[in-house]
Ligand binder design. Structure first.
Ligand code: FBP
Length: 323
């Protein structure tokens, strides 16, 4: 039986880079360790009574779930133990944390959403961790300035889906690989390399309750999709909705709304990592017609963006109606 673990896969990838030092591998292993710990917490959440809100709210004014805080702590601890992580930023924290300067060996920055879709935890709907890894520019003193790189600068990105199984989906800029946690051996094992998003798929994923406040182009697209017999699928957890779109095709949309005129989803630790994955899988990821999400130059850690991503032909269909 040929088993390729996430660790051995990353080491094989590392061996392709003659100047590789193993630092990057060490960071991915920290994320994989954190993912296993978070998966265990999510699975036991109701037994351990760690469901429900934590009593506080995060920088976005959203109610923090107990597990948001736990997952955030787990990731901070695992990444903090890696000597080459310079700066980390989380959806749950207003400010990024400088762990070490470039002169002290800090080569990489990691931004993450520790538990995306956490408002769905109480009802056992899939949630996930989303991460993005960037290079640290030691010549830039400020943490925010260091992190505010366009998504095209990402060296790696991925998510972990805590659903019927725990799935780790990763890109380092050489295609997309998918691993599943095998609880019997406690390892993520490779189940699919070179994941390709189907160019077509008659499914759209959007919170249609917001439809009346969408720009008319999106409303035109939905009318067209209804006429074409498209199906609607919306979990309300970005990781769950994007995972399905990645494997089955279709589109995932979070357009501007009256409540969120710039979109709801966060650019740096939701849209950018997902856009990198979708593009690496042969799909498209736009903030608006002609505007790649990965080309946006961020000016704030928690800035939001509109999201239109999916199979290439399906995204083109949406854009046709936005014109
Ligand atoms: P967080 O849970 O990390 O804040 O993520 C936001 C999110 O829950 C996404 O996972 C999801 O796609 C979206 O918001 C759902 O928003 P809405 O409830 O407005 O449809």
């Amino acid at each position: 039986m040929n088993i390729t673990s996430l660790q051995s896969h990353i080491l094989q990838e590392e061996a392709r880079h003659k100047n590789a030092t193993g630092d990057f591998t060490w960071i991915l292993s920290a994320i994989s360790l954190a993912a296993k710990a978070i998966a265990a917490q999510v699975r036991r959440a109701r037994i351990e009574d760690v469901l429900g809100d934590h009593g506080g709210s995060n920088v976005h004014g959203e109610t923090q779930q107990k597990l948001d805080v736990i997952a955030n702590h787990i990731l901070m601890t695992c990444l903090g133990s890696r000597p080459t992580v310079a700066v980390v930023a989380s959806e749950e924290d207003e400010e990024p944390s400088i762990l070490r300067r470039g002169s002290e060996g800090g080569k990489y920055c990691v931004v993450f959403d520790p538990l995306d879709g956490s408002s769905n935890l109480d009802v056992c709907v899939s949630v996930g961790t989303i991460f993005s890894i960037l290079k640290n520019d030691a010549s830039i003193p400020g943490a925010v300035e260091t992190l505010c790189q366009s998504g095209a600068c990402q060296v790696a990105a991925g998510y972990i889906l805590y659903g019927s199984s725990t799935v780790f989906v990763l890109t380092t800029g050489r295609g997309v690989d998918m691993f599943v946690l095998d609880p019997s051996i406690g390892s993520f094992v490779l189940v699919k390399s070179g994941v390709c998003i189907p160019p077509t798929g008659k499914t759209y994923s959007v919170n249609e309750a917001n439809r009346p406040t969408f720009p008319t182009g999106f409303q035109r697209y939905l009318d067209w999709a209804h006429g074409e017999g498209y199906s609607s699928r919306y979990i309300g957890s970005m990781v769950g909705d994007v995972h399905r779109t990645l494997l089955k095709g279709g589109v995932f949309l979070y357009p501007p709304t009256r409540k969120a005129p710039k979109g709801k989803l966060r650019l740096m630790y939701e849209a950018n990592p997902m856009a990198f994955l979708v593009e690496q899988a042969g799909g498209k990821a736009l903030a608006a017609p002609g505007e790649r999400i990965l080309d946006i130059k961020p000016d704030a850690i928690h800035q939001r963006t509109c999201v239109l991503l999916g199979g290439a032909d399906e995204v083109d269909q949406v854009v046709v109606h936005l014109g």
